[in-house]
Design a protein around this ligand. Structure first.
Ligand code: ADP
Length: 452
């Protein structure tokens, strides 16, 4: 039975008793007057009942309405009661409570928004799990790293979501041992990636609360650079060892007596001289490359007349061009100006034209063209030489990459020329690429910014 009915019955009972007493006391009255007065007293008591009840019930109803608004999360609703009693006090307490709730909820919303911004702008992946291995939090970077983008993961076991054996082993270990760990894991699908995983165990763990937090750094780039560095050291050592071994062998042979045979000695000394020259070439190229690559190198751009630059490079290689009977066709418009570092541009041209000479049989043709194309100037160096197989084309700009190692070494190549060209053009903000057809010839292209 509701409070309304309880009050109603209590009032009804009390007024009926009161009316009964009055009626009994006035029982001396004549019958007609007695009935009329009884009826009037009853009606008056009912009316009083009704008005008194209204005064009590309506604020209670307001309070109930206000309380249910709060329970539904409507913290802007205010209870307004104009009586001056305990109900008014209760309504004021409820209003204050609602205001306090609103303040707390606003603070929580702000905290949530802040956390969500941090999580979404983090470059690291983040995973928080409880001690049973259920996911409590996972940011979008993590879902991209482990390919569960778009899946709702909160509340689900990490075993269901993360399909990575190494990582699952780490999570299992952390949950079991309750110890912080730092590990590296690798991923091979859909692409090769490496992650450093930092796992921290939470303190004062509560039932269903955060047990461990895992942060994931993508270290793929660092790993790649590490591998490049290792390969580079291995390549350099290998490149230097070949001429050094020869020099050592021939020198020892000379010491052991070949020096007395003047013809043989001359031949051996020539070989030693060639290998020394080769060592010198490798070291010069390596120094050039390491300088351009180091980040210290910033092209000292000045306005360069492209035709003059091409003619200068061709002049430097004149002897080789003439030796092989090449026809050189230069198609560079007069007055085409580019913004470039003169020395480095010369080095790029010399490397490309030298390659064209090296890899083109006698009486071949070399063409050098340049034209302004939109916002850049495009330059090409073409030859009618041996060409480059399709499968090697993408790799020829890598350090020490050579299609035919023996042929390159025989021709005095170091495997670094195109790598130097690429770095020079990159530093100028241009692009470089090659096209080739086996036994027909190759074309090397690069772009440069025009003079401002
Ligand atoms: P290298 O000192 O061996 O010439 P580069 O870095 O200049 O080294 O060139 C890398 C490789 O690309 C060469 O060894 C050669 O196999 C190939 N290559 C470069 N230029 C040409 C070209 N014009 N024609 C055919 N092959 C070329």
């Amino acid at each position: 039975m509701g409070i309304k009915w309880k009050l109603f019955l209590a009032f009804l009972l009390s007024t009926t008793i009161l009316a009964f007493i009055i009626i009994v006391l006035s029982s001396e009255l004549p019958k007609g007057l007695f009935i009329a007065s009884s009826a009037i007293i009853l009606i008056i008591s009912l009316l009083i009942n009704y008005f008194v009840l209204q005064r009590i019930i309506s604020p209670v109803a307001d309070i109930i309405k206000g309380a249910s608004a709060i329970s539904e999360g409507n913290f802007t609703h205010r209870i307004r009661i104009d009586t001056r009693d305990e109900l008014k006090e209760l309504s004021e307490i409820l209003n204050e409570m609602s205001e306090e709730f609103k303040k707390r909820m606003d603070e929580m919303d702000e905290d949530k928004a802040r956390l969500s911004t941090i999580l979404s702008t983090m470059s690291e992946g983040l995973l928080a799990i409880d001690c049973k291995g259920n996911i409590l939090l996972a940011n979008s970077v993590l879902s991209e790293m482990f390919g569960f983008k778009g899946t709702s993961v909160i509340g689900r076991s990490y075993l269901e979501i993360i399909r990575h054996n190494q990582l699952n082993d780490i999570i299992r270990e952390v949950l079991k041992e309750r110890q912080n760990v730092i590990r590296e894991i690798e991923q091979f699908f859909p692409e090769e990636r490496y992650f450093a995983v930092y796992a921290s165990v939470a303190e004062g763990i509560k039932e269903g609360g955060v047990c461990a937090v895992f942060i994931f750094h993508d270290i793929t780039k660092i790993k790649r650079l590490e591998r490049i560095r290792k390969d580079f050291v291995a390549n350099v050592s290998h490149e230097l060892r070949t001429p050094l071994t020869s020099i050592k062998g021939y020198t020892e042979a000379l010491i052991d007596g070949v020096i007395d045979d003047s013809n043989k000695a001359k031949e051996f000394l020539n070989i030693i001289s060639n290998h020394t020259e080769r060592l010198n070439n490798i070291l010069t190229d390596l120094l050039q490359l390491s300088y351009i690559e180091s980040g210290q190198y910033k092209p000292k751009a000045s306005n360069i007349n492209l035709r003059t630059a091409v003619e200068k490079a061709v002049a430097l290689l004149k002897t080789n061009i003439e030796k092989k009977g090449f026809a050189i066709d230069i198609q560079v418009p007069e007055g085409l100006i580019v913004a470039a570092d003169e020395d480095k541009l010369n080095l790029a041209f010399v490397n490309l034209i030298d390659n064209a000479i090296k890899y083109t049989p006698e009486k071949g043709r070399i063409g050098i063209k340049a034209e302004a194309r939109g916002k850049e100037v495009m330059v090409s160096v073409s030859d009618t030489g041996i060409g480059i197989p399709k499968e090697d084309l993408a790799r020829i700009f890598e350090r020490f990459y050579r299609v035919d190692k023996d042929r390159s070494s025989e021709l005095g190549g170091t495997g670094l020329g195109l790598s130097i060209v690429k770095h020079i053009i990159d530093a100028h903000g241009g692009r470089v690429w090659a096209e080739s057809e086996l036994n027909k010839g190759s074309s090397f292209y690069f772009t440069l910014p025009p003079s401002p």
